[in-house]
Design a protein around this ligand. Structure first.
Ligand SMILES: Cc1cc2nc3c(=O)[nH]c(=O)nc-3n(C[C@H](O)[C@H](O)[C@H](O)COP(=O)(O)OP(=O)(O)OC[C@H]3O[C@@H](n4cnc5c(N)ncnc54)[C@H](O)[C@@H]3O)c2cc1C
Length: 609
């Protein structure tokens, strides 16, 4: 039985009952915020307040796997990006959750990790302790792997896994659904035939080549996410409070630049409406996500000094990196029609009423069958060396020959340019590596798949509106502005065609619909890419990056904001370089590690037992 209204009312603390101060204030009760709140409130002597702009989503359907492809508008901020010159001035889509549990409440439940190299690259950018071997314990701590319930499906799909890379009692449950489309097996075989071998287990740092990706659901196929994994089990702790429907406006500082309180305002009230100030005795942790963590920092006087001056905000810490370095995985749709498709296939329910009825029965009676799959469970993670063995060196040379400032936001300072140069070093090394994917092709037996650019060179920005700092910020992904990104995507389109031409695939008679066989030259494909590629796979990140300050970073490897004390960031904003993976599992690991770092520094200063 899911939560009813009464319980919701009981848990929501009344603003009138707020204490003057808490030991910890967590800004944002989204995915990372609930993880950190759970861990910090383990000590009953420490009080923790979470302030969340959204509310609970108590719709039981939100727990079903099919919710993974329907994102409720009420749980998202209503925001758009500015027109994007790199994609024909289209605006593109923006995803930022606004609900308790954040992205984990509404996401596609595609639960994968990056490859070891993705995280080792973070360490190479000056972040000691953030390589894969140091993060693996947190990936484990956050998860519990359940053996799939149906051995026949496992055998049919040849699903393989290594339980040792998962936890055994973590809050987030992970398994493989009880359904596999038979076309998936053909697609795997075809990948193998074109030089993409199958991985036994990707989550141990090997998420490249072709592999299975689990779903974050429990044994009976209910969504396992930050709310029911991290919050519900501990909600009765007297030292943990959650305030809903309040927006954190600013963090307030002492003369010595110590963050001592936050100013909050009821959601939906106009500028100038009454605010409340709540104090933090130990630390304020920003977990407002990629879009609002930098906005709150900028509103609080931490950001690029020219921007703050234009907005009339006194400078607390001049950090040009706040709100820049925005990255995502630009997605495209490639469509092949499988003229002699197997039955059943992912479109069968649309054309065959008997099968459609069986799908529905299977779900309502057993919570099984095709509706147990949210978005799919397979990835072709293609290294550039596989995709374009004769051309990858030229792409790397082109990337290294660029004057970075040409394609970066005009606001970039010397420090940020130096930081991007470091990023380019590790990125171009990854472009030459056979153990890191550059393109992701999520597949599940269908001829209609995404193709996502996993390691873009383009960088975007999130900028405070100087005339109304409480309005949604200006979002500019700068998608596709760097021509290297276009080269990488063209390589992907060509490789996709090679995959479709593999011997095993011919039993399905794949016929190209989009881009279309008439588009073959670089120029033709480049035009197609710019009119078709999107801005976001809902993996936006990196806007308060963990990098050395001299490289334009915003937080230290301890996640502390430079130039002030008492303020840290614990969400997806801290990622310096987007990993080649869907981001949910990584956010759990980051937040688990953040909680340990926060506890450790409190202990070191005598504040934590
Ligand atoms: C639609 C969608 C689909 C996705 N699909 C997948 C998937 O299938 N697999 C995968 O791995 N990843 C997926 N992701 C990505 C993943 O869910 C996110 O990267 C992750 O949840 C981000 O966590 P976070 O804690 O950084 O931010 P969030 O979870 O977004 O939390 C931020 C919270 O802060 C609150 N907030 C913002 N501003 C304020 C303020 N001023 N005051 C108070 N509160 C504030 C917000 O309301 C929100 O609840 C998806 C994301 C979305 C949005």
């Amino acid at each position: 039985n899911y939560l009813g209204h009464d319980e919701l009312e009981r848990r929501q603390i009344d603003p009138g009952a707020l204490k003057t101060a808490y030991d910890y204030i967590i800004v944002g009760g989204g995915q990372s915020g609930l993880v950190i709140a759970n861990r910090l409130s383990e000590d009953p002597t420490k009080s923790v307040l979470v302030i969340e702009y959204g509310t609970f989503d108590d719709n039981p359907a939100q727990l079903d796997p099919s919710s993974g492809v329907r994102y409720p508008a009420k749980d998202l901020f209503n925001v758009t990006a500015v027109p994007q010159p790199g994609i024909g001035n289209r605006t593109g889509t923006v995803y930022a959750a606004s609900v308790v549990g954040g992205g984990s409440t509404i996401n596609g439940m595609f639960f994968e990790r990056g490859s070891a190299e993705d995280y080792d690259n973070w360490e190479r950018l000056g972040n000691s302790g953030w390589g894969f071997s140091k993060l693996l314990p947190y990936f484990k701590k956050s998860t519990k792997f359940n053996t799939p319930v149906d051995p026949a499906v496992v055998a049919f799909g040849n699903i393989t896994w290594d339980p040792s890379v998962y936890g055994t009692d973590g809050p987030i449950q992970v398994t493989y659904p009880p359904w596999v489309w038979s076309g998936t097996k053909i697609q795997f075989k075809a990948f193998n035939e074109v030089g993409v071998p199958t991985q036994f287990e990707a989550a141990g740092g090997k998420s490249y080549n072709a592999y299975w990706v689990p779903t974050n659901v429990n044994r009976t196929n209910y969504r396992s996410f930050a709310r029911n994994g991290y919050y519900d089990p501990v909600k009765s702790r007297p030292n943990l409070s959650l305030l809903l429907n309040y927006r954190v406006n600013e963090v307030l500082f002492s003369k010595a630049k110590h963050a001592h309180s936050v100013r909050i305002q009821a959601r939906g009230t106009p500028n100038g409406a009454p605010t409340i100030t709540v104090g933090a005795n130990t630390e304020i942790v920003l977990c407002a996500g990629w879009l609002h963590t930098p906005q709150i920092l900028q509103r609080s006087g931490i950001g690029p000094k020219a921007l703050l001056a234009a907005a009339g905000i006194p400078i607390i810490s001049d950090l040009p990196g706040v709100g820049s370095n925005l990255q995502d995985h630009p997605p495209m749709l490639i469509i092949f029609s499988y003229e002699t498709d197997v039955f059943p296939n992912p479109t069968s329910a649309q054309t065959n009423a008997t099968f459609a009825a069986w799908v529905q029965d299977e779900w309502t009676q057993h919570r099984s069958g095709p509706l147990s799959i949210p978005t799919g469970n397979n990835v072709g993670g293609i290294p550039l060396t596989t995709m374009n063995p004769t051309g990858y060196k030229a792409i790397v040379a082109k990337a290294l020959a660029q004057t970075p400032a040409t394609y970066l936001p005009k606001t970039y300072t010397a420090e940020q340019l130096a930081g991007f140069a470091e990023q380019r070093k590790v990125l171009t090394a990854s472009y030459q590596s056979p153990t890191n994917k550059i393109i992701e092709i999520p597949f599940s037996g269908s001829g209609l798949t995404g193709v996502c650019l996993e390691k873009p060179m383009s960088r975007g920005t999130v900028t405070l509106q100087t005339t109304d700092r409480y309005a949604e910020p200006i979002i500019d992904f700068n998608t596709n502005v760097n021509p290297v990104d276009v080269d990488l995507v063209i390589s992907a389109v060509r490789f996709y065609r090679t995959w479709m031409a593999a011997p095993s695939m011919q039993q399905l008679s794949p016929a190209e619909v989009s881009p279309g066989t008439n588009l073959t030259t670089d120029a033709e494909l480049s035009t197609w890419v710019s009119s078709n590629i999107g801005t976001s796979t809902a993996h936006s990140c990196c806007t308060a990056a963990m990098m050395p300050q001299k490289l334009g970073g915003v937080v230290s490897p301890e996640l502390l904001v430079y130039g002030v004390t008492g303020l840290s960031v614990g969400d997806i904003s801290v990622i310096p370089l987007i990993p080649a993976t869907h981001t949910c599992a990584t956010v759990y690991a980051i937040a688990e590690k953040a909680a340990d770092l926060i506890k450790a520094r409190a202990a070191a200063s005598g504040g934590y037992p």
